[in-house]
Design a protein around this ligand. Sequence first.
Ligand code: GLU
Length: 512
Amino acid sequence: MKENQTDTRVRVRFAPSPTGPLHIGGVRTALYNYLFARRHGGTFILRIEDTDAARFVPGAEEYINEALAWCGIEVDEGVREGGPHGPYRQSERREIYLQYALQLVAAGAAYYAFDTPEALEALRAETEARGGTFAYNHAVRGLLETSLRLSDDEVRARIERGDQWVIRFRMPEGEDVVMHDIVRGEVVVNTSALDDKVLFKSADGLPTYHLANIVDDHLMEITHVIRGEEWLPSLPLHYLLYRAFGWSATQPVFAHLPLLLKPSGQGKLSKRDGDKLGFPVFPLSWRDPATGEVSRGYREDGYFPEAFVNMLALLGWNPGTEQEIFSMEELIETFSLDRVGKSGARFSPDKALWFNAQYMHTRSDEELGRLFLPILSEHGISVGLDVAARVAGLVKTRATFVSDFWDLASFFFVAPAEYEQKTVEKYWKGDNPERVREVRSTLAALGDFSAASLRETVQGLIAVREWPTGQVMNALRLAVVGASKGPDMFDILELIGKAETLRRLDRALEII
Ligand code: GLU
């Protein structure tokens, strides 16, 4: 299929294991799958791969759903959405897998192995004592407790008497597997280096990841597998499984996404990097049910989901232009797998902040005002949405997060309790206090207290008196704000109003 072509047969899946919170790398995988599906008018499937009971973590699946919803990644088929290929949780598909494992045994592509964990442990220890590394592979499989060595009767008898068994893939020996990956091109791996992976375990009656993943991708008619680079080493086995099942002709196309790297560029981005450098590596905050440890999330840190998604989209993909700001719609229009890079994408916490600030600047005053209201009420300030929105509008270009608003704008709501010393030294000197006093009298007589009228009046006075504008305006600002910060002075005065302006000027004239 050509890139950028509508093809409703496109079916992609995001297949996380519910083993904890989704790392931002996982969210990026989901996002690329989603963009690819939407780009082609295809279907985006969410499949929960929970066959490894030992690694199951309560709450993780809910977390995945909530994180995708927060990002605006809409699932077409999944556990909650349903769909024609359900169930979409592998633990609910358990009856499906054994027959496929047995099909491989019958075809000679897989075999039963009865080795106990203790026996394997002993072998491993023995091999290591000789300086080797133990691998369950072509070299040893014939010597072990397998259906390749035991007679059919013996195998049947062992199964019937309840011995534990697994089914292992019989990895061919010395074969070059030639694979194609959209991101990496042709990849060739010789099977001699690969071991005989377990496909199914009698102990819990469940398949392992490899078998369940291939069977489900086949049954769910997945056309493209887009996943993280950490799965590339599994690709030869997956190719060989498709071949052993006779499904090669319809096997999906593969695209392995580059790793997300630490800010230093050295190594994979981990939770510890986030803790150390002070940025979240999870979309939403997460409380570990076992330890109670809480990890930060982008949502709780105050990121806009659109900014988060925009940043993630560009970690590994580039549009081929200078454009950096993309809405979800624009991403869908522009995304293509052939612009996904091979080399790891370095995560930059500063860039994440930058993206949020960009989105902050374009947010409507009203939306920001609404987000500001609860912060104001935490500080005991109760004002209407109109005031909160106006103030938000005045400070938003200086803010990265809504939580910055209070620091940037508290002076709109509370008079300064103290005056910044260095500003006092710089501007509250010479004739400036007297000038402020004159400004105060002029404003006391002013009827129209709009920013425009204030500007005209104060600038007029400064011109007539031939005062140095910077000196006077900064002294005025010090008196009203308590420091040399804040948006346009006349906007501030209009907003706090005449009575409050005069009160603050009087107080400054009295105590500074
Ligand atoms: N369950 C695997 C994971 O947790 C899926 C890998 C794949 O997409 O094949 O990432």
